[in-house]
Unconditional design. Structure first.
Length: 480
């Protein structure tokens, strides 16, 4: 019994480190207010310790701990690794935020980010619906509070309120689905193997609706544009990359690994949702002038690309899905990291605000170009290779119409991804008479922000040129 308890506690050591680090900072902040950046560096330290704890997490013989309520398998490890790396990068790009806020506010910001990461990490490892619900609410409440961190900003308050209300709304769908599932089978444990009967179709619809809100799949994406626009950019970047990826990890447990995709009509419904997400996200992103809103709709389209693999409905889709989630998380967070760096230097996150960026910060403009090219799905980037894996899988399983639609939407997406680079590189600022304004002083970007952005850009290009780590992350082997 003691050995089993020690094994279980060791398996959740990263979550214990994150939650413990948050509580220690909260207690220390009550006693003594540290410097502006002190709490953020504490967050960096805790994230690094949690990564070390994850590397030393013991493996369970059957991949399950706490009586089967949590998983210690490779899928959980991959998701938790992604969350912790993104958390570390979030703290690095948050340093300008720490320099412009009182120490107490920064401490609260770090505490909430740590709790949000702990919730997402535990969510990725959950194999019991009640445990999943607890971790889900832990992350959702932390994010809702973080979105409203700028109390004097009306847009931030609106973003927090919309996220809180719609998150509660989606949770209601999830809970109703769990109640029906319990009534049908008498168990809250999910995963492999799990029998889904015809009577479970309504339960699956409700559970899928709740998870679709978290993944921003159409038509459950309405919250994303306003929330992304109003929230602090580092927080929004972490949400867009980590929270959405974990939502898909959970969906993969249910649909691909748990066998829910084999229910009659499940694959057709997933294909329709995928198509609707791709079309809606792409077409609504085209007219956007605010970059954060544009990336919100872009995320809807990319959620549709991932969902095309779910329409296959079998465990063979797990590898391409994981590879795509890794690539999307890196390139999406990289784009938000560039916006955060530009905002910290005084630029507005709009197309007009980024006009002539290459004259003031050529390195930052180059990094933005890398992320935009990868989001478009062009070689030699990780975005291209991830799309190739997913599209090939769907094509091999008879989804030619989905692949053709996805390729068409990828072509249309050039209209907002690469169009952004035209004012960045080819247009300078002009006055009311059309005369070009001389370039002002170069932008001052924090060294830590540069480290995070450069690291992500190198990963995006490296995984595009040498995709073996991307294949390994998805559990795939051999050449594509």
């Amino acid at each position: 019994m003691r050995a089993e308890l020690a094994l279980s506690l060791g398996a959740i050591l990263p979550e214990l480190v994150l939650a413990g680090g948050a509580m220690l900072l909260l207690a220390a902040d009550l006693v003594r207010r540290r410097g502006d950046r002190g709490p953020i560096w504490w967050g960096v330290t805790v994230a690094l310790v949690a990564l070390g704890a994850l590397a030393r997490t013991p493996g369970a013989p059957d991949g399950l701990v706490f009586g089967g309520q949590l998983s210690a398998d490779g899928l959980a490890a991959a998701a938790r690794l992604l969350v912790l790396v993104l958390l570390l990068l979030t703290f690095l790009i948050s340093l300008p935020f720490g320099a412009s806020r009182p120490a107490g506010v920064v401490a609260e910001y770090v505490v909430l980010l740590l709790f949000a990461a702990a919730g997402l990490s535990g969510l990725a490892a959950s194999r019991h619906w009640v445990v999943l619900f607890i971790f889900l609410e832990m992350a959702s409440i932390a994010f809702a509070t973080l979105l409203g961190a700028r109390r004097d900003d009306r847009a931030a308050r609106e973003a927090a309120l919309k996220y809180f209300l719609l998150s509660a709304f989606s949770t209601a769908f999830l809970v109703y689905g769990l109640a029906l599932l319990w009534r049908s089978g008498g168990s809250f444990v999910f995963g492999s193997p799990q029998g889904w009967g015809p009577s479970d179709r309504l339960a699956l619809c409700l559970i899928g609706t709740g998870l679709a809100f978290k993944c921003a799949l159409a038509p459950f994406h309405m919250w994303a544009p306003d929330v992304y626009e109003g929230g602090p950019t580092p927080v929004v970047g972490f949400m867009a990359a980590a929270s959405k990826s974990v939502g898909f990890f959970v969906l993969a447990r249910v649909v691909l690994e748990g066998g829910a995709g084999t229910l009659p009509g499940a694959r057709a419904a997933l294909a329709v949702i995928a198509a609707l997400s791709m079309v809606t996200g792409t077409l609504l992103a085209l007219p956007q002038r605010n970059l954060k809103r544009m990336l919100a709709y872009s995320g809807v389209a990319h959620a549709g690309y991932v969902a095309t693999a779910f329409s296959v409905g079998g465990p063979e889709a797990m590898g391409p899905v994981l590879a795509y989630l890794l690539a999307y998380a890196l390139m999406s967070f990289g784009a938000f990291a560039v916006i955060a760096a530009a905002e910290g230097a005084g630029l507005a996150p709009t197309v007009d605000g980024f006009r002539g960026l290459a004259r003031r910060a050529p390195g930052l403009a180059l990094m933005l170009a890398v992320f935009m090219v990868s989001l478009t799905g062009l070689p030699p980037t990780a975005g291209f290779f991830a799309k190739f894996l997913v599209f090939r899988l769907v094509l091999e399983n008879g989804g030619i119409w989905l692949v053709l639609l996805a390729v068409a939407m990828s072509v249309v997406s050039v209209g907002f991804y690469l169009r952004l680079l035209v004012p960045v590189y080819m247009e300078g600022r002009t006055d009311a008479h059309g005369h070009e304004i001389p370039a002002p002083e170069p932008l001052a970007i924090s060294p830590e922000g540069w480290v995070a952005i450069l690291f992500l850009a190198i990963l995006i290009l490296g995984l595009g040129l040498h995709p073996q780590p991307l294949l390994a992350f998805g559990g795939l082997t051999g050449a594509p």
